[in-house]
Write a protein that binds this ligand. Structure first.
Ligand code: NAG
Ligand code: NAG
Ligand code: NAG
Ligand code: NAG
Ligand code: NAG
Ligand code: NAG
Ligand code: NAG
Ligand code: NAG
Ligand code: NAG
Length: 511
C-alpha cells in the first residue's frame, strides 16, 4: 500500500472575484430551444446527438432543465450504446456532469438502471432510483482530459436495463489545467464521490461562486466562521470558492473531532482526497492538529492559517465507512476546524481504438446512408459496448478485426477507406442494399473471408483480391457485377469463390 500525501500553503492576495463566464457547453437534453437559466446559456441537444427521442415530462419540476429528457428506445437490445459527441479543445481538462430526472417518462414506476461511458472508458452505472423516490434529480460528475476534437459521453443498456435509458442534462466545462493536477489525466479520470461545504445549511454552492460550476453540497450543522473577515483565501490549489470558507465545522475545546465522511460506504478502490482549511482567527492562535483517515495518519501537525490551505492525497485506498479524525496536538489551545473537502474515485482510463481505424470507420460510416445508430463514441471500447457489427482485439493497440453487418438493411456504398482497416480478418456485408463498386482491398493482407453477396454492387471484381494470400472465402453472388472474373482468383484450391446466381453481366475469363 503506498500513500502519497502533500500539502501546500499559499498565502497570496485576494483577487477580486471576477465573475467570468464558463467555458464549455451546457446541454439541455430533449429541449427544442435554447434557454437562459440562472444567467447561464443552455442549448438544445440537437447538434450533439442523433439517436433517441426528445420528450417532455408531464410532472412539474423546479429546475427548468429537468423538464425535458432524451430517451433512447431499446430495440430488442440490438443497439446498446447512445452517444453525445461534444466538440472540445484537444488536451483540455473537462468537468463532465450528467443529470438525470426520470419523471416517469417511460411509463414504468421505477427509472431504468444503465451505464454511462466517457470516450473509451466505462464511467459508472447510473441508478437514480433512490433519489427519484425522494423527488430529487441525480447528478454524476467526473474530470476527464479531452483526447480528441470531440469528447463522447454515452449511455448504454446493460443486462439489468428494463426500459429506455434517458438523460436530462449534460455539461462539459473546461477547467483550469492546475485543477487536481497531481493526477495523471493521460491514464486516469476522476469520478466525484462527494464535495462538501462543511457547516453550511444553505443551498449548494455553485457558479458563479465556483468559477468552474463545481457543486459544493452543504454538510453538517450550520456553523458560520466566527470572523470571516480574517480569512483571506486565494491561490489555493484546486481553486475552492471563497464562500466555502465562510462556514466550517469545529469543536469548542481542544479535543478531537470525528467525521464519518463521505457519508456513504465506499467500494474498495483508490481515491483522490482534498481537504480545505482556513483559520478564522489570528494565525498565532495555536490551532494545530493531526489529520487521520481510518486511524492512518493523513497529515500530521497541520497549522491552519487565515490564508488557507489544502491537504491532499492523489491515490489513497479506502473501503467501506470512512472516518476522518482531526486531533489537536499537545499545546494546541483551540479545537480543530475544517471548511470543505472533496473525494473522487481514481478511475483508470479504458484507452481508445487505434486512431487510423477510427478514421477509416468514420469514412465508412459516411458512405453508408443509414449506418447503425450506435456507431458513435469509441468503436471498440469499453469492450462490452463495441459498435454493432464491429469486433476488436486488444493489445498495445486496439484494432478492428472483423466487420459483420449482415442483413442490417444498409444502403449507400462501401468507402475505399475500408481498406485501411488493416487488421481485418472478416468483412461480412451480405444481404443489404449496397450499391457502387467493390473497393481495392489489397492492403488487407490478413483478410480471410469476404461476404458481399445479396447486394446491388456493380462494376468489376478487383484483380487485386488475388493478391491477398489469406483469403479463403469470397461470396459475391446476387449482385450486379460485370466484366470478367479475375484469373488470379480462379484455380485456387484453397479459395471458395461464389459469383452465381445473379451477376448476369459477369463472364469467365477466356481459356
Ligand atoms: C415539448 O414542449 C415544447 C414546448 O412546449 C414543444 O415545442 C415540443 O414540441 C414538445 N416536445 C414533445 C416531444 O412533445
Ligand atoms: C438501484 O438502486 C435501488 C435503490 O438503492 C436498489 O434497490 C436497486 O437494487 C438498484 N438497482 C440496481 C440494478 O443496482
Ligand atoms: C499544479 O498546479 C499548481 C498551481 O498552479 C502548480 O504550482 C504546480 O506546479 C502544478 N503541478 C503540476 C504537477 O503540474
Ligand atoms: C441554518 O441554520 C441557522 C441556525 O441554526 C438557521 O437560523 C437558518 O434558518 C438555517 N438556514 C437554513 C436555510 O436552513
Ligand atoms: C481492497 O482491494 C485490494 C486489492 O484488490 C486488497 O488487497 C485489499 O485487501 C482490499 N481491501 C479491503 C478492505 O477489502
Ligand atoms: C500527531 O502526529 C505526530 C506525528 O505522526 C505524532 O507524533 C503525535 O503523537 C500525534 N499527536 C496526537 C495528539 O495524536
Ligand atoms: C456474421 O453475422 C451473421 C448473421 O448474424 C452470422 O451468421 C455470421 O456467422 C457472422 N460472421 C462472422 C464471421 O462472425
Ligand atoms: C432493399 O431496398 C428495397 C427497397 O427500398 C427493400 O424493399 C428491400 O427490403 C431492401 N433489401 C434489403 C436486403 O435490405
Ligand atoms: C446493372 O449494371 C448495369 C451497368 O453495369 C446497369 O445498366 C443496370 O441498370 C444495373 N442493374 C441493376 C438492377 O442495378
Amino acid at each position: 500500500m503506498s500513500f502519497f500525501c502533500f500539502s501546500f500553503l499559499l498565502s497570496l492576495f485576494i483577487f477580486p472575484s471576477a465573475s467570468q463566464s464558463l467555458r464549455g457547453v451546457l446541454i439541455d437534453c430533449g429541449a427544442v430551444v435554447d434557454s437562459v437559466v440562472n444567467e447561464q446559456n443552455w442549448v438544445s441537444d440537437y447538434g450533439y446527438v442523433s439517436a433517441g427521442k426528445p420528450k417532455n415530462l408531464t410532472v412539474d419540476v423546479l429546475d427548468y432543465t429537468l423538464s425535458t429528457v432524451r430517451t433512447f428506445p431499446l430495440k430488442n437490445n440490438v443497439f446498446k450504446k447512445f452517444c453525445y459527441e461534444v466538440p472540445v479543445y484537444r488536451g483540455g481538462k473537462y468537468l463532465v456532469r450528467t443529470t438525470y430526472f426520470y419523471g416517469g417518462v417511460n411509463g414504468n414506476l421505477n427509472p431504468p438502471v444503465f451505464d454511462q461511458i466517457v470516450d473509451g472508458t466505462f464511467w459508472s452505472p447510473v441508478n437514480t432510483t433512490e433519489d427519484y423516490w425522494k423527488g430529487m434529480s441525480s447528478y454524476y460528475e467526473g474530470i476527464f482530459k479531452a483526447v480528441g476534437k470531440t469528447m463522447s459521453v454515452c449511455l448504454a443498456a446493460n443486462s439489468l436495463t428494463d426500459s429506455d435509458p434517458f438523460i436530462s442534462a449534460l455539461e462539459l466545462v473546461l477547467v483550469s489545467d492546475s485543477l487536481y493536477n497531481s493526477t495523471d489525466f493521460n491514464i486516469y479520470g476522476l469520478t466525484l464521490i462527494t464535495r462538501s461545504s462543511f457547516g453550511n445549511n444553505g443551498s449548494i454552492i455553485k457558479y458563479p461562486d465556483d468559477e468552474f460550476d463545481r457543486y459544493w453540497e452543504p454538510y453538517g450543522q450550520h456553523s458560520p466562521a466566527e470572523s470571516f473577515s480574517h480569512v483571506s483565501v486565494s491561490g489555493i490549489w484546486n481553486h475552492p470558492p471563497a464562500k466555502v470558507f465562510r462556514t466550517r465545522l469545529t469543536v469548542p475545546k481542544p479535543e478531537a473531532m470525528e467525521l464519518l465522511w463521505p457519508p456513504a460506504p465506499l467500494p474498495n478502490a483508490t481515491y483522490y482526497i482534498a481537504l480545505y482549511f482556513a483559520d478564522d482567527q489570528n494565525s498565532f492562535s495555536g490551532r494545530a492538529f493531526n489529520i487521520s483517515i481510518n486511524d492512518i495518519v493523513f497529515y500530521p501537525n497541520l497549522n491552519v492559517a487565515p490564508a488557507g490551505m489544502v491537504v491532499f492525497a492523489s491515490q489513497w485506498p479506502l473501503s467501506g465507512i470512512t472516518k476522518i479524525t482531526l486531533t489537536p496536538v499537545i499545546g494546541s489551545s483551540v479545537g480543530p476546524l475544517i471548511n470543505a473537502g472533496e473525494v473522487f474515485e481514481v478511475l483508470p482510463l479504458g484507452g481508445k481504438t487505434h486512431t487510423r481505424d477510427v478514421i477509416a470507420l468514420e469514412k465508412l460510416k459516411e458512405s453508408f446512408k443509414n449506418p447503425p445508430p450506435d456507431w458513435h463514441g469509441d468503436p471498440c471500447l469499453p469492450p462490452q459496448y463495441q459498435w454493432t457489427g464491429v469486433t476488436c482485439a486488444g493489445g498495445s493497440r486496439i484494432r478492428v478485426t472483423s466487420l459483420n453487418l449482415t442483413s442490417m438493411g444498409l444502403s449507400g456504398s462501401i468507402s475505399p477507406s475500408i481498406a485501411r482497416l488493416t487488421a481485418l480478418n472478416h468483412i461480412w456485408l451480405a444481404d443489404n442494399n449496397l450499391t457502387g463498386s467493390i473497393p481495392d482491398l489489397s492492403s488487407l493482407s490478413i483478410l480471410e473471408t469476404l461476404h458481399l453477396e445479396d447486394n446491388q454492387l456493380s462494376g468489376e471484381i478487383p484483380h487485386s483480391l488475388g493478391n491477398i494470400m489469406s483469403l479463403n472465402e469470397i461470396f459475391l453472388q446476387n449482385n450486379n457485377l460485370s466484366g470478367q472474373i479475375p484469373s488470379s482468383l480462379l484455380g485456387k484450391p484453397t479459395l471458395n469463390l461464389r459469383t452465381t446466381p445473379g451477376n448476369p453481366l459477369l463472364s469467365q475469363p477466356p481459356k
